[in-house]
Design a protein around this ligand. Structure first.
Ligand SMILES: Cc1ncc(COP(=O)(O)O)c(C=O)c1O
Length: 390
């Protein structure tokens, strides 16, 4: 019998963390004090100037379609941001405003790959990337990475894994789930090698801005104008629910991306775009910087306490708001551990199996998107759990 819906659905896996979140919410509704360390969303509200600009946009009736590439004024502001924060000139015409980083990832996939081809990406990595590719009949060519590689693809790994169907690489810095960053030299080597293969380099920079311990914040755009860069207002700018991001492409790709954006989305939310015009003001940036310092304090607290509890964290995460940790020796199944931690000890965390296959069963991801008080009670509960579960 013919399948009712498309065959591609069979290859798309739901986020395990969403099931876990639904269960956590159910338990919470029953009165259980659940500690949320699974969420990938900052607890800070959107900076005040952005909120006010959003309200103003609604009052002034700015509720119509914008150009597919986004408001030119916003593209100009992002261009100025690249100059002020990174010292690199990026013409507004190369910048496309999208519905979140997700919209930008979809456009990046549509722009760069044919069906039957693939992009190399790290395992562990952000799970949706695999599915963006499979939506176009392409595949994620997963390369296991560990702390020895800094949890990132290296030029060597790319060379070893490049095959006939490989069209390029997809990188993320800082990365989800590891918080690992790519240093400028490593990034340059990768861009050079992939360039020699006539391949594409797509870099997800959506956690940019959230760097700690003076980690370098090099954008791939500082190294080459031939890379495709994804960014978002979700994380550093604190605008997850507004659904706004952007894509930067080489000059010769701009017309193609414009027609893709017209067809796929028409445009990103006009209200969100008007609000984001205020995201680069000094007052808004000050709020974001205060939040960044707070994230660093949380990271230090979590890494120290998890290590004391026996979780292995060989590399201190240098960005984003996640800690990817190896489970203490006697725990062998991350999904089972996460489920028992939630059901019996009220703590929600994400199993490594959400991020790939390589040693996924032995790893879990903790998010520090919630405040120190929440993290403290999470650690207390995990301490109790380990007495029983190890
Ligand atoms: C690495 C990475 N890329 C992209 C996204 C998409 O985020 P958004 O669409 O909210 O910008 C996420 C969300 O968590 C992410 O972790």
């Amino acid at each position: 019998m013919r399948q009712k819906y498309a065959k591609r659905l069979a290859n798309i896996q739901p986020f395990k963390v969403m099931k876990l979140l639904a269960r956590a919410n159910e338990l919470e509704a029953m009165g259980r004090p659940i500690v949320h360390m699974e969420v990938g969303e900052p607890d800070f509200v959107t900076p005040q100037p952005v909120l006010e600009a959003g309200i103003r946009a609604i009052r002034e009736g700015r509720t119509k379609y914008t150009p597919a590439a986004g408001l030119y004024e916003l593209r100009q502001k992002i261009s100025t941001f690249y100059l002020s924060d990174y010292g690199v000139e990026v013409a507004p015409e190369r910048i496309f405003i999208t519905a979140g980083g997700s919209g930008a990832l979809l456009l990046a996939a549509a722009l760069t790959i044919n069906s039957g081809e693939g992009l190399l990406m790290s395992d562990p990595g952000y799970p949706c990337n695999r599915h963006f590719l499979s939506s176009f009949g392409a595949e994620a060519q997963l390369v296991p990475v560990s702390s020895t590689d800094g949890y990132q693809l290296t030029a060597d790994l790319i060379r070893q894994n490049w095959c006939q169907t490989t069209r390029g690489v997809m990188l993320a810095s800082p990365a989800n789930p590891t918080g690992a960053i790519l240093l400028p030299d490593a990034l340059t080597e990768i861009i050079d090698y992939v360039g020699q293969q006539n391949g594409h380099v797509i870099v997800d920079e959506i956690y940019h801005g959230l760097f700690y311990s003076n980690a370098a914040s090099t954008s791939a755009l500082e190294i080459s104008d031939q890379v495709v860069v994804v960014n978002s207002f979700s994380k550093y700018f604190g605008m997850t629910g507004w659904r706004l991001g952007w894509l930067v492409v080489p000059e010769d790709a701009a017309d193609s991306v414009d027609k893709l954006a017209q067809n796929l989305f028409i445009c990103a939310s006009s209200i969100a775009q008007y609000a984001a015009l205020e995201a680069f003001t000094e007052t808004a940036r000050q709020e974001m910087e205060t939040n960044r310092f707070e994230f660093e304090v949380r990271r230090d607290f979590l890494v120290k306490n998890l290590r004391e509890l026996g979780f292995e964290i060989p590399l201190e995460p240098q960005g984003a708001f996640y800690v990817y940790a190896k489970l203490p020796a006697n725990i062998i199944n991350s999904e089972d551990f996460c489920s028992r931690l939630l059901e019996e000890f009220n703590v929600a965390i994400t199993p490594g199996t959400d991020f790939g296959y390589f040693e996924a069963d032995r790893h879990v991801r903790f998010s520090y998107a919630r405040n120190l008080q929440v993290l403290r009670s999470g650690i207390d509960n995990i301490r109790q759990a380990l007495k029983v579960l190890v």
